[in-house]
Design a protein around this ligand. Structure first.
Ligand SMILES: [Zn+2]
Length: 267
C-alpha cells in the first residue's frame, strides 16, 4: 500500500494523521508569515544623537568606498506625498498606510487625514536631490530603483546612472527603434495587466513604430539589460545603501543582498 492510499484509507473514517500533521505545518507557516509581516511593519526611530552618529559613519564609509551604489524603494517617495505599499495601519507617515495594507484591511485612503499627491505633481525630495549631488561629486556610481514614480529621473539623475527595475510611469518606448519618450503624463493606457501598447506611435517619420509603456507588472520579467547592469554593480560594490525598501520583492532585492553576501558594507 502506498503512503497515499494509506492516507486515503485512514481518512475514510475521519481525519487521517497526515492531514493533522499537514494542517499543523501550514498553521505554523502561516503564523511565521504573519509574524514576519508584522515585524516588517514595525517602525523604528533613532534619537538625534544616534542619528548623528550613523550619518557620520555613513559619510566616512562613502568617502572610503570605491564602488558605492544606492538601492531605493517606495519609502523614499512618501515625503513627496506618494503612498508606499507596505506601511502598517498605525504608521506615522503623513501619506498613511501602504496601498496593500489598506487593501488587506478592506479600507480606503482617508483623503481628509492623509496627505497624498499624484506622481505627476510630486516634487523630488531632499533625499532624491542628495543622491543627485553625490553622483555629481563622483561619490555615487548609480541608483538602482524599484520605483516607477519617475522622481529619480525628474530629480536630474542622468539616465546612465539610473536603473529603474520596474519601469517608469512617464516613459514609453518605441518597439521598433527603441527610442524612449519621457512624458509629462502617465503613459499607461491599457486596462489589461500584460498589455503595454499605449496606442501612440514613434515621432520619427521613418520609424513610426508602436510605443509601449515601460511598467513591469507582477509576474512579468524585468528588462534584461537593466537587470544585468544592476547585478554588475552588485558584484562590484564595496558599499550599498538601501533606502525605503523592505527588500521583499525578488529578483530586485537580490541585487543589494549580493553586496552583503560578499562580506561588503550593506545597510
Ligand atoms: Zn521608433
Amino acid at each position: 500500500m502506498t503512503l497515499h492510499s494509506k492516507h486515503a484509507a485512514s481518512s475514510a473514517g475521519g481525519r487521517g494523521w497526515l492531514d493533522l500533521v499537514w494542517c499543523a505545518i501550514k498553521r505554523r507557516q502561516s503564523w511565521r508569515r504573519q509574524r514576519r509581516k508584522e515585524k516588517e511593519k514595525k517602525e523604528y526611530f533613532d534619537s538625534p544623537e544616534e542619528l548623528d552618529r550613523k550619518v557620520q559613519q555613513l559619510a566616512d564609509w562613502i568617502r572610503e568606498s570605491k564602488h558605492f551604489f544606492v538601492f531605493t524603494g517606495a519609502g523614499i517617495s512618501t515625503s513627496a506625498g506618494i503612498p508606499d505599499f507596505r506601511s502598517g495601519i498605525d504608521t506615522v507617515l503623513e501619506t498613511g498606510p501602504g496601498a496593500w495594507e489598506l487593501r488587506a484591511k478592506g479600507q480606503q485612503r482617508d483623503s481628509q487625514k492623509h496627505k497624498v499627491t499624484s506622481t505627476l505633481k510630486a516634487i523630488p525630495t531632499t533625499t532624491h536631490m542628495a543622491l543627485v549631488r553625490l553622483q555629481k561629486e563622483g561619490l555615487l556610481k548609480c541608483v538602482v530603483s524599484q520605483n516607477c514614480d519617475g522622481l529619480h529621473r525628474r530629480s536630474g539623475l542622468p539616465k546612465k546612472a539610473l536603473f529603474e527595475l520596474h519601469g517608469n510611469s512617464n516613459v514609453e518606448k518605441c518597439t521598433k527603434c527603441g527610442h524612449e519618450y519621457l512624458r509629462d503624463f502617465r503613459v499607461r493606457t491599457s486596462k489589461k495587466v500584460h498589455s503595454h501598447f499605449t496606442g501612440r506611435l514613434c515621432d520619427n517619420p521613418s520609424c513610426r513604430g508602436k510605443l509601449k509603456d515601460t511598467i513591469i507588472n507582477f509576474g512579468e520579467d524585468l528588462p534584461e539589460d537593466t537587470l544585468e547592469t544592476s547585478y554588475g554593480h552588485g558584484r562590484k560594490a564595496d558599499l550599498c545603501l538601501v533606502m525605503g525598501s523592505s527588500l521583499t520583492v525578488t529578483p530586485a532585492c537580490d541585487i543589494p543582498e549580493m553586496v552583503g553576501e560578499r562580506g561588503q558594507k550593506f545597510g
